[in-house]
Design a protein around this ligand. Structure first.
Ligand SMILES: [Zn+2]
Length: 705
């Protein structure tokens, strides 16, 4: 990569260092990281545009999409920026290491900046959580108004609702650390076809080139805009609300959110009052639709939840997709939408039995009108959904009130009043299905039910005209078609080479006793897996292999041949006692092989860790805390340190401990791949590795010091 950047006339800077992240309720993390950054100097810079992608991937996946899409986009953007006229602002391209384990690379970069100055820095971070679909801008920092404006030339899929929700999730990317360091910016990802996320299927064969082009186009357009603007204005701009309307990205300042949300119930009240004066709305007739609409939404949510439970009953391995989304979900989504349409249609006809279309529409709109203000206060970026749905219906009620009950004008006014709901809800529903997966399809289905109900009310007079039996018959036919779609989708989705079933199989070696096991986390294992593990379950492995904590019910484990894998080695460099404490300097390294990860655990029943230090960390790095950072471990190894990409010559770790008993430590290697010599039958093509819990080999040794 450095060569490619140098060939463009740029001067890439490679930095190497050891970075640590204190574990909070988990092992501490340390790693040797290798970042590459390059600056395209600006003509008269007002700040920095920082484009970031990560070069590492998880052990279970090659990472062609996560984050090959980001890295290749940045390389191409570098070429385009160096060929065009020089940008006004400095543009920095940062290729980080070890994003997947604690964002160690970006942390090292932030530390290398030293004291953070006042220079405005705007980050564009490129990620992937799938291999297909359009680029989604899912997270923003502060001052989103000017940032979202920069997306105008090539708008991605974006809504301020996702930024609002993502902020509350525990998920971290490099952008999380850059934000914590005081920077703002935008976070992009491709999220479609997420069944291959963090799995062997995240390879070149599955990456959609259209997604690469779209991500590149989107980020390049934003980089062009931001590299030409005065970045000091960006950091002075306010927050905003934004959402897609057709090809546009609509945006208004956060200051308008609450007034608009307040206007929603007021407008509905005014429209209702006006309609009542014109004797076209009886408040009493709104009661049935208003009071029962939440029940219709609850039934839709229950339908979405139940559908997932049935799907997992038929295909238990659906539960092992990291994002809750199996392959080929299109027909199942259509089926669920048809079922929702049947349910909503029936409810609309029933609720509007003694009401006019105006009264039913107003009854439904009571809910978005009531929710608009609390949402504006608690989740301002999400308030637009309720605000515009309610405002649309209010306008329809006011206009429809001027026409007679059976006039086509009233129907037209009400159809028009549903447009805002359809415009804001359809892109959101389309985004939420791949984001949340079939496992949480209940959420987009409830929003779809809201849109469908608002859309159905103009036709409630016609629905009422139908005889009940005919109406039920139509609903049953639609529901059957929906069920057939869902059923057909799951029946056709048999595992094959392109849509393999994820399985868990790992190899664990107890190097002290010369015994090894095949291990699986699967609850409903494939026969290929049990061919290795057998059917016995155990919770005993954690005692000598802390990575193999057993889920309820235990892990499947069966004897395996002992074959050469990367094994750990601990040697004592120095051991001094001063009063009640001992300072033990250890060299932790591989005895054989070059493992991806080395772990060191302390038996906290033999000694209390006071503090620890990993050599090579930058000056000023605080010591790692002692005590028990893995208090919930089901073994005595309650203090742990994971070292990513360890130095093959050994990693220097100093432990300060207290206690009279000899110190017991456990060293463990973790590496990708299963030992080929031990694997008599290779993994069949219709099986793949379950993200994070398969295709890994562990080896451990215990030392008493
Ligand atoms: Zn990633």
């Amino acid at each position: 990569m450095s060569d490619r950047l140098s060939a463009l006339g740029l001067k890439p800077v490679e930095t190497e260092g050891t970075e640590v992240v204190p574990g909070d309720g988990a092992s501490h993390l340390a790693g040797r990281v290798h970042d590459i950054s390059v600056t395209i100097p600006g003509r008269s810079s007002t700040g920095q545009v920082l484009l970031v992608a990560h070069t590492d991937s998880v052990l279970t996946g090659p990472g062609a999409s996560d984050d090959g899409l980001g890295v290749s986009s940045l390389l191409e953007i570098a070429r385009i920026l160096t060929e065009g006229p020089r940008p006004r602002n400095d543009v920095v391209l940062l290729f980080t290491d070890s994003e997947e384990t604690g964002q160690l690379g970006v942390r090292a970069y932030i530390h290398s900046l030293g004291k953070v100055d006042d220079m405005p820095r705007v980050v564009l971070n490129l990620e992937a959580r799938g291999t297909a679909g359009r680029a989604v801008m899912f997270e923003t920092g502060d001052h989103s108004s000017a940032l979202v404006r920069a997306l105008g030339d090539h708008p991605p899929v974006a809504t301020s609702l996702s930024a609002e929700v993502y902020r509350r999730l525990p998920n971290d990317t490099d952008f999380t650390q850059l934000r914590k360091a005081g920077m703002t910016g935008l976070n992009f990802a491709v999220i479609g076809d997420s069944a291959d996320y963090h799995a062997p299927g995240d390879d070149l064969a599955h990456v959609h080139l259209g997604s690469l082009q779209d991500l590149g186009d989107t980020v390049l357009a934003a980089a062009h805009r931001l590299s030409a603007t005065d970045l000091r204005d960006v950091t002075r701009s306010s927050d905003a609300t934004w959402f897609n309307v057709g090809p546009l990205l609509v945006r208004y300042p956060a200051g308008a959110v609450l007034p608009l949300a307040l206007a929603a119930p007021l407008a509905l009240l005014a429209a209702g009052w006006y309609a009542r004066r014109r004797k076209t709305l009886r408040p009493g007739a709104m009661l049935r639709p208003a009071l029962t609409f939440p029940l219709a939404l609850a039934a839709t949510a229950a339908l979405g939840r139940a559908a997932w439970q049935v799907l997992v009953l038929i295909r238990p391995y659906y539960a092992s997709f990291l994002t809750g989304d199996p392959y080929r979900t299109g027909p199942a989504i259509i089926g669920l939408l048809l079922l929702t349409a049947a349910l909503t249609g029936l409810w609309t006809a029933w609720a509007g039995r003694r009401s006019g279309a105006l009264e039913t529409a107003a009854g439904i709109a009571v809910w978005p009108a009531l929710l608009a203000v609390p949402t504006a206060l608690l989740l301002p970026g999400a308030a637009y959904v309720f605000t515009w749905t309610a405002l649309g219906v209010a306008a329809g009620v006011a206009l429809g009130a001027r026409a007679a009950e059976d006039s086509p004008w009233r129907t037209t006014a009400l159809i028009g009043s549903a447009l805002p709901a359809v415009i804001v809800l359809v892109p959101l529903v389309t985004l939420l299905f791949p984001t949340l997966g079939l496992a949480t399809a209940a959420v987009p289905l409830v929003l779809a039910a809201l849109a469908l109900a608002v859309l159905a009310t103009p036709f409630s007079r016609w629905l009422r005209g139908l005889r009940a039996r005919r109406l039920v018959a139509v609903a049953v036919v639609v529901a059957l078609a929906g069920t057939a779609c869902v059923g057909g989708a799951v029946a056709a989705d048999r595992p094959d080479a392109d849509h393999p079933r994820p399985v868990s199989l790992m190899y664990a070696l107890d190097a002290d006793h010369g015994r090894a096991y095949w291990v699986s986390e699967d609850t409903d294992p494939a026969s290929w897996v049990t061919g290795y593990t057998g059917h016995r379950r155990t919770e005993a492995l954690e005692a000598w292999s802390p990575a193999l904590a057993a889920p309820p019910g235990g892990l499947l484990a069966g004897p395996a041949p002992v074959t050469p894998v990367a094994t750990p080695e601990v040697s004592t460099v120095s051991d001094t006692r001063s009063g009640a404490t001992r300072t033990v300097r250890l060299k932790v390294g591989p005895r054989t092989g070059k493992p991806a990860l080395l772990a060191l655990y302390v038996d906290t029943s033999t000694a209390q860790v006071v503090r620890a230090r990993v050599a090579g960390t930058p000056a000023g790095t605080p010591d790692l805390s002692g005590g028990e950072n893995r208090p919930h471990a089901g073994s005595p190894w309650k203090w742990g340190l994971l070292m990513v990409a360890p130095d093959p010559r050994g990693q220097d770790v100093t432990l300060v401990v207290r206690g009279d008993k000899p110190l017991r430590v456990l060293a463990m290697t973790e590496d990708s791949g299963l030992p080929a010599q031990a694997l008599s039958r290779p993994r069949p093509a219709d099986l793949t590795w379950e993200p994070g819990a398969a295709g890994l080999s562990f080896a451990s040794r215990v030392y008493t010091i």
